[in-house]
Each structure stands twice: as structure tokens, then as C-alpha cells.
Design a protein around this ligand. Structure first.
Ligand SMILES: [Zn+2]
Length: 426
């Protein structure tokens, strides 16, 4: 479980009362920075060229992922009907397949970047015990809601994920995406719409989040943000989150995406999201659907802020796209870090006809062999740092990894815009 650092001395200087916090990940970042000033700068430059390319992923395999919603309600108006969940799922799928009706609103400058993630979400049909299920699990709780206690060392919102604290235990999080829907209480720092943990080992979060325990992996949503037909949508007094896109944003996090502005606070234009085809952006757009915004001047090919990106903070109806590299990152995280969700659907990189890359043994111990056509092979650690670089003349290349710590590594093949990966175990 992510443990928040004690905040006793911290009076949350970054938050103003009543500010809307779309996504709880902000709070986590702000706490880290408050505890360790400069913390952010340490990881902002970590990931400059190690993104998996779109071609390196198994494109054209449309992944189907089983989802379970745990509707943890106290009062009946919190107990959303299955029609709301079906609406929510349809919105999520349209956004991930880029069949969303407002895809036509993507500005021309961004059209070449917009991408279909080829990921679909389906309600689970079988529960972990093998029984038939609708995939929507309605459970009443005695608690009037769940709150993120900023003075706790734990993420207290995670209490919704355990029956013993008034929530519902996760279904095997390696095989289902668990989405808990509940009354997320506003404790005076703004209404939280949702919170998601990225996968353990997500390169975009290197140095920020090391391990997320299986029993809390998943997404939490405030009950008002689901679907576009939610009769309780205005219980939060907010009208711009009524089109069901909080889940699209949180699912992006769950699959390894960072906020598009890179989460910088004092150095926004220097902060990056680890994705190279999203324009540099100083800060969250903050629910201002303003297409004129251009907060950072890019050195080449300056572009306006991509306010229509799902990983910004904007009004639901302004969101309409993921980029190709965001898609590649999500598919990479799915194929490498959330593997069990798609275990029966994955096609090995080596099996693709147009890719000639093999890596063995995998896991490796002291030596790893790489067969590829690249003239330069780089080994990068999970944080995207180059730890080895070797020239290559074709055929088999042996790389000594004896001195590298155990863990997860990437292979970057220069000139081929491909990426491989392997683990070291001893
Ligand atoms: Zn977020």
C-alpha cells in the first residue's frame, strides 16, 4: 500500500479550501514535495527516450479486460442503478477506442497524434469463486462515506477496499480491474472525484511509487461522477463532471499514464509526463475549456496545450483524446506489468512477423543475449536511465549484466525505434 508520509507539520500549503481535486494523485505528489523539497526535480528528467514505440506494442490486438464495479453505498441515492454502470462502461470504451462522439472536436494540429488504444473493458461474468456475476457488486455499508485523511500515514480512502473497514474486499486484482464506487467525503480540501494507483514498476512513475500492494490495486470513484445518466450526478454541486470521463482519466493512471502537465508545481514547463508526443504544459488546465491556452513554448514545433487530452484536468465535455505514445505506454504497462489481465490474449513481440528481436535467457542472471539488427543497444533500468550501451554488428550480442541489480529492464534498439524488456533474477 502506498503510505503517505506524516503531515503533522504540514498545513497543506498547496491547497486552497474548496479547490476541486479531480484526482487524489495530486495530494500524494504534493505531500512528497512538501516532505522532500526538490523531490520532483529528481525524477522529472528520468524518461527522455525510453518510451516504447507504438510499433513495438502488439498493435491490432484488441485487448478485452474484465472489470468489476463495487458499489459501496450507504443511502439509496448513492446506490447507482446498473443502467448508470452500463452508461459508464460505454463511455469508457468509446474513449479508449476513439469512437467517442466528440472525437470530431480534436483540433487539426493534434489529429495526427490522436490514437485508438485498442483496449476494451467488459463487465466480469464470473466471480473469483467461479459463480456467474453481472460484474456490478452492490454492497451496503454502515459508513456514510470514505475520506482521505491528510493527517494519516495511510491512504485512508483505501478503507473502502476492505470489508473489515466497511468496504468491500478486492476481487483478485491480477485478474480483474476493481473499481470501487462510494461516497468520497470532502474533508474541506475539495471534492475528490477519483483515485487510481498506477502499476508497480510503471516507468512513468519511477521514483514516485515503488510498490502498490495487490489488495488495493484499482480505482476509487465518487458516486456522482459515473455515467452520463446518473440521477445523483449533481449531489456534488459540480456540473462539468457529469459526462463520465473521470473514469477515463483514472483508467489512464491505472495503466501507467501521468498527468499531461507533468505534475510540476513551481517549474511546470520543466516538468514532463514522460510522454513525448504530448505538448509541454505548465499546469493543469483546471476545468477551463480554453483552446487558446499555450502555457509553455516548445523549442521546436511549438503547440498549444492539449486541453482535450484525458490526462489533463478539464471539463468532461472538453476531453476527447489520448495520444499515440500514451496508448503505447498503456499497452506496454498492460503487456508487461498487468500481464494477468490479458494473459490469454498476449502475443509475444518476437512472434510478430515484422519484428526481429529476441532476448534470452529471460529472466537473466549474469548475461543476456540479444538478437536484433540495431547498431546500438541500450539497457535502461525501470526509471529509464541508461545503464549499459553497446555497439552491435548484427547477429547475437551478449551483454554482461552481472553487476546490475535484480529488477526490470528495457532494451532500446537505436535506429529501429523498438523496445524490448527483460528481468534480472538471482
Ligand atoms: Zn489524475
Amino acid at each position: 500500500m502506498i503510505r503517505f508520509l506524516p503531515l503533522v507539520f504540514l498545513v497543506v500549503p498547496f491547497l486552497s479550501i474548496g479547490q476541486i481535486e479531480h484526482c487524489g494523485f495530486d495530494l500524494y505528489l504534493q505531500r512528497q514535495e512538501a516532505q522532500n523539497p526538490g523531490f520532483k526535480d529528481q525524477f522529472l528528467s528520468f524518461w527522455n527516450h525510453a518510451q516504447p514505440s507504438t510499433s513495438g506494442s502488439n498493435r491490432n490486438t484488441v485487448y478485452e479486460i474484465p472489470v468489476v464495479f463495487h458499489m459501496v453505498y450507504n443511502t439509496e441515492d448513492q446506490n447507482l442503478s446498473d443502467e448508470v454502470f452500463l452508461s459508464q462502461l460505454a463511455i469508457l470504451n468509446a474513449d479508449f477506442r476513439r469512437t467517442n462522439a466528440n472525437a470530431v472536436n480534436t483540433r487539426e494540429i493534434f489529429l495526427p497524434l490522436a490514437a485508438d488504444a485498442e483496449i476494451e473493458f467488459v463487465l466480469a461474468t464470473v466471480d473469483p469463486q467461479g459463480n456467474p456475476t453481472t460484474g456490478i457488486n452492490h454492497v451496503q455499508t454502515d459508513r456514510n462515506g470514505f475520506a482521505l485523511d491528510i493527517f494519516s500515514t495511510e491512504n485512508t480512502l483505501d478503507e473502502v477496499k476492505f470489508a473489515e473497514t466497511g468496504g468491500v474486499d478486492a476481487w483478485d486484482t491480477q485478474h480483474y480491474i476493481n473499481i470501487w464506487v462510494c461516497n468520497v467525503l470532502d474533508t474541506g480540501f475539495g471534492q475528490l472525484f477519483g483515485l487510481a494507483y498506477p502499476p508497480t514498476g510503471a516507468p512513468t512513475f519511477a521514483g514516485l511509487i515503488d510498490t502498490v500492494e495487490d489488495d488495493v490495486a484499482g480505482i476509487i470513484l465518487h458516486y456522482t461522477v459515473l455515467g452520463d445518466n446518473n440521477p445523483s450526478a449533481d449531489d456534488d454541486g459540480i456540473v462539468f463532471n457529469n459526462s463520465g470521463r473521470t473514469l477515463t482519466h483514472e483508467m489512464g493512471h491505472y495503466l501507467g499514464l501521468r498527468h499531461i502537465w507533468g505534475d510540476g508545481f513551481f517549474n511546470g514547463c520543466a516538468a514532463d509526463d514522460g510522454i513525448s508526443d504530448t505538448p509541454n504544459q505548465d499546469q493543469a488546465t483546471s476545468y477551463n475549456c480554453n483552446f487558446a491556452i499555450n502555457t509553455c513554448t516548445d523549442t521546436t514545433n511549438d503547440m498549444p496545450d492539449m486541453i482535450e487530452n484525458y490526462m489533463d484536468y478539464n471539463e468532461d465535455d472538453c476531453y476527447n483524446m489520448f495520444t499515440a505514445e500514451q496508448v503505447a505506454m498503456m499497452r506496454f504497462c498492460l503487456e508487461e506489468l498487468r500481464t494477468e489481465l490479458i494473459a490469454d490474449q498476449i502475443v509475444g513481440v518476437e512472434e510478430q512477423a515484422n519484428v526481429t528481436l529476441s532476448v534470452f535467457p529471460n529472466p537473466a542472471n549474469d548475461m543476456v543475449s540479444v538478437v536484433c539488427k540495431a547498431q546500438m543497444v541500450e539497457v535502461l533500468d525501470a526509471g529509464g536511465r541508461v545503464v549499459k550501451r553497446q555497439a552491435h554488428n548484427g547477429g547475437k550480442l551478449s551483454i554482461n549484466v552481472a553487476e546490475l541489480p535484480v529488477g526490470f529492464y528495457f532494451l532500446s534498439l537505436t535506429s529501429e525505434s523498438k523496445i524490448g524488456k527483460f528481468t534480472i533474477q538471482r
